[in-house]
Design a protein around this ligand. Structure first.
Ligand code: HEM
Ligand code: HEM
Length: 172
C-alpha cells in the first residue's frame, strides 16, 4: 500500500531544521561547561539564525502545501494534542532565534554568520527594557523546547513501533 507523504520540501525542511535545532539545544547547554575548552556560542548563533530563516521559508511553504490526512484511528484528543504540539514547535522555532538575536544585539561581540558576513544587530541596548527579558525568555524557552521535542519524538516512535501506523513514514 502506498503512503500519502508530506510534500518533499516539507520533509527536507523538517529534518534539516530538526537536526539544527537539536544540535543548537545541545550547544546552548554545553557552552558553559565547555567554556574553557572551546567557544561554542559563535556556532550556536549562526545555527540559530539559520533556523530562523529556514523556519520562515518552511511556514511560507506550509501555507501552500496540504498536510496528508491523519488515519481514522487517531482520536480527536490525539489530533488536538498533535496540532497543539506542532503549533508550539513552530512558535519556538521562531521565538528562540528571535530572543537570541535580541539579547545578543545588546552584547559587545559582532553577530557573524559562520564568519561569512556580519548579521545586522537590532538597536537594543544592554540597559534597555528588552535585553534582560529576552535573555531570560531564551533560557526558559530552550528547556520548554527540549521537553516538547522529547514528547514529539516519543509520539512519533509510539506510532511507528507500538501502533504500527504510517505517521512516521509520511515524514521520511
Ligand atoms: C534554534 C534556535 C536556538 C535554540 C534551540 C537555542 C537554545 C539555547 C539554549 C538551550 C541555551 C542555554 C540556556 C541556558 O543554559 O541557560 C542557549 C544559550 C544561548 N543562546 Fe541560544 N538558541 C537558539 C538560537 C540562538 C540565537 C539565534 C542566538 C543569537 C543570535 C542565541 C544566543 C545564545 C547565547 C548568547 C546563549 C548563552 C547565554 C548565556 O550563557 O547567558 N541563541 N540557547
Ligand atoms: C527539534 C526537533 C523537531 C522539531 C522542531 C519538529 C517539528 C515538527 C513540526 C512543527 C511538525 C508539524 C509539521 C506540519 O504539519 O506542519 C512535525 C511533524 C512530524 N515530526 Fe517532527 N520535529 C522534530 C523532530 C522530529 C523527530 C526526531 C522525529 C522522529 C523521530 C519527528 C517526527 C515527526 C513526524 C512523524 C511528523 C508528522 C506528524 C503528522 O503527520 O501529524 N520529528 N515535526
Amino acid at each position: 500500500m502506498t503512503v500519502e507523504k508530506y510534500h518533499s520540501s516539507a520533509r527536507l525542511l523538517h529534518w534539516l531544521i530538526a537536526i539544527l535545532a537539536i544540535l543548537n539545544i545541545a550547544l546552548g547547554l554545553l557552552h558553559d561547561p565547555l567554556e574553557k575548552v572551546v567557544q561554542l556560542i559563535p556556532l550556536h548563533k549562526s545555527i540559530g539564525l539559520s533556523v530562523l530563516v529556514l523556519t520562515l521559508v518552511r511556514i511560507a511553504l506550509r501555507m501552500i502545501w496540504k498536510k496528508p490526512p491523519l488515519p481514522g484511528s487517531v482520536t480527536p484528543l490525539e489530533r488536538a494534542v498533535a496540532w497543539g504540539t506542532h503549533m508550539l514547535l513552530y512558535v519556538l522555532l521562531l521565538a528562540l532565534p528571535l530572543t537570541g538575536w535580541v539579547f545578543s544585539s545588546a552584547g559587545k561581540y559582532p553577530l557573524s554568520f559562520f564568519g561569512l558576513f556580519d548579521w545586522p544587530k537590532l538597536p537594543i541596548s544592554k540597559d534597555g527594557p528588552f535585553a534582560g527579558p529576552a535573555h531570560e525568555a531564551h533560557e526558559v524557552l530552550g528547556f520548554v523546547m527540549l521537553a516538547l521535542v522529547v514528547l514529539h519524538v516519543a509520539a512519533a516512535l509510539r506510532h511507528h513501533f507500538v501502533l504500527k501506523d504510517d505517521i512516521l513514514r509520511r515524514m521520511l
